[in-house]
Each structure stands twice: as C-alpha cells, then as structure tokens.
Write a protein that binds this ligand. Structure first.
Ligand SMILES: [Fe+2]
Length: 321
C-alpha cells in the first residue's frame, strides 16, 4: 500500500469517531446480563441465530456487540477478545468515496455488509485486528433494530447496489438512556486501547487510512491517542503492554464519579475485578474486568487536554488513555 502523505485531509476514510466494540464472549446471554448489571448498558436487540447480543443506550445502533465464542462468526477454539472495532463516518456517500479511494491506493478489504440500518466495509489493520467503517442509512435506527432480529443480510456492493445516500443520519446529540438498578451507569463506548506490535505501521494505518489525528502523543511516543474529527480519543496505540490478542481495553464513559466509586466497591461482588485506578487531573479512570477477564476502562473526564494528560505517570498512561 503506497500512500503519499501524512496530511489528515488526504486520509482515505473521514472518521467521525469509534462507534462500537464487537467482542467475543464465552456466553453471550450471561455477558449481556453482566454488561447490563455491571456497566448499565441496555440490550437493544438480539440475534439468537448468530448467538449475539447488541447493547446501546442510544449513542449508536449498538455500542457493544457481544458475540458468543460458539457463534458461526467465531473461529474454532475462539477465545473471548476482540472481534472487530467499528468507526462511523457521516454518510454513506462519504463511506463509498473512502472505499473507492482506498481501493485505488491498494488497500485490501475483507468485504462489505448491509445491516439494514447501516452499510459497512471491513478490512484488517496491520496488526491483524478487524476494522469496520460504516455509515447509518436509516433515520430511526432505534425503531428498526430492537427485540429479536433474525433475517438474512442482502448483498451490498459499495457504490453499485444503490446510489450512495448523502444524508447524515448519525445522532449528533443522542437522547441517551440512563439505567437504574445497575452497578455503574454507563453512557457510551468511546474508545479502545490496542496493544500494538508494529507501532509505525499501525500509526500510519489509523492516521492515513482511518483518518484519525493525534490527540495526545505522536509517532515516537510510548502511547499515542488518535481521534476522529468528532471525538477527543478513539484509539490508543500502546507499546509494550500485556493484552488479550491486541485489545488492551475498551473505554466506557460513565455518568458520574459516583459510578466509579460504585465500580470499585461492587465489581468483585458480581464477578469482575478492579485492575487499576488512575485518579488524575485529566481523567478519573477505573479499569475493571468483565466476566471473561476482558479489561473495561470506566471513566469520567475532568480536564481532558493534551498538556494535562502529559502530567500523568508513564506507567499509568495505558490505563488512562
Ligand atoms: Fe460491527
């Protein structure tokens, strides 16, 4: 793949933000209950034929996809961990333009999919993590995707099946639900920390292909936080950290500091563990495990600016970003 410039305006996909985190779990029904009870996310819809549950509080049509390791989407011997991460672009025509530009630049894709409410394109990053770019193609995706959904996906060929839709259908100001009777009131999935093998190649992919900009750090840093144009951090690339197949943590914004205190006090009671707390001027983060041992960073931002983040201890950064 030859890309001539690091200028963000020349990036192939114009990413707004990270939109969902799709993970394999050991038991999707139990995981759905855990993500509800522990982190305060509601199940928006379920696909029993795919052994998958999709959770959202209104931020996107799903913020979490929990896919069973026994699902047809899993490999033999699949362990809990990352399936894919998905970035949102503002409209289908922007998605298709990115796809065509990427094809012309020699980027290889795994395929495309019509999820009725969204059209998606899939590829792998240089470390082998699966990445999705998508655009909403239905205005009221909450109404269109709820309850039990069993249906075949029609074929969608980007730019050929239909004239790409120019409407911006993401919710710029979502009407977020706040669940009661949960340990932590989760607001939305915002970012993912990746334990990176080939740092330079990953940096180039996420800036030049995904169109993210460095929010904190740079290509030479131990850790860099990259962001879409509607975000203050979507992907942190982390050198020399231990992780589960590339995914170090999923970042979940919560409603209040009280939620973080509740997580510290109660997560163990319901089958998770507190792994690390970083109480910093930029952000208060509590990293806990889910029922499969996957790391979830629950956080509230305080003064989330690069010069404030720079005052954090280097050892804390992977758990703060
Ligand atoms: Fe997805």
């Amino acid at each position: 793949m030859q890309l001539a410039t690091t200028d963000q305006s020349a990036a192939l996909f114009k990413t707004r933000r990270l939109a969902h985190s799709n993970i394999f779990v050991s038991d999707y029904v139990k995981a759905c209950d855990f993500y509800h009870d522990a982190f305060g996310f509601a199940e928006a819809y379920r696909q029993p034929d795919n052994l998958a549950s999709f959770l959202s509080n209104g931020n996107t049509y799903h913020d979490f996809a929990l896919v069973d390791v026994k699902s047809k989407y899993a490999k033999p011997g699949q362990r809990p961990g990352l399936n894919h991460l998905a970035f949102e672009v503002e409209s289908e025509d922007v998605l298709v333009a990115g796809y065509k530009a990427a094809l012309a630049a020699g980027v290889e894709f795994l395929g495309a999919a019509d999820h009725d409410v969204a059209h998606s394109i899939y590829l792998k990053d240089p470390d082998g993590n699966e990445v999705e770019f998508y655009a909403d193609v239905v205005e009221d995706w909450e109404e269109a995707r709820k309850g039990i959904i069993i249906k075949k996906k029609p074929q969608w060929i980007p730019g050929e099946t239909n004239v790409p839709d120019t409407r911006q259908l993401f919710k710029a100001v979502p009407n977020l639900k706040r669940l009661s009777n949960v340990l932590v009131q989760g607001k939305r999935v915002t970012h993912m920390g990746l334990a990176v093998r080939d740092f330079d190649a990953m940096y180039d992919f996420y800036t030049r292909v995904a169109g993210l900009r460095p929010f904190f750090g740079d290509r030479a840093s131990q850790c860099v936080l990259l962001a879409g144009f509607a975000s203050s951090g979507d992907i942190s690339l982390l050198r020399n950290v231990e992780a589960n197949d590339g995914m170090h943590h999923m970042g979940v914004e919560v409603w209040s500091e009280a939620d973080l205190e509740a997580a510290v006090d109660g997560i163990k009671r319901i089958g998770g563990q507190v792994m690390r707390e970083v109480d910093h001027a930029a952000r208060h983060a509590v990293c806990v495990t889910d029922a499969d041992g996957l790391l979830v960073q629950l956080y509230v931002n305080r003064d989330w600016r690069p010069d404030v983040i720079a005052t954090a201890d280097a050892a804390d950064l992977p758990f703060l970003l």
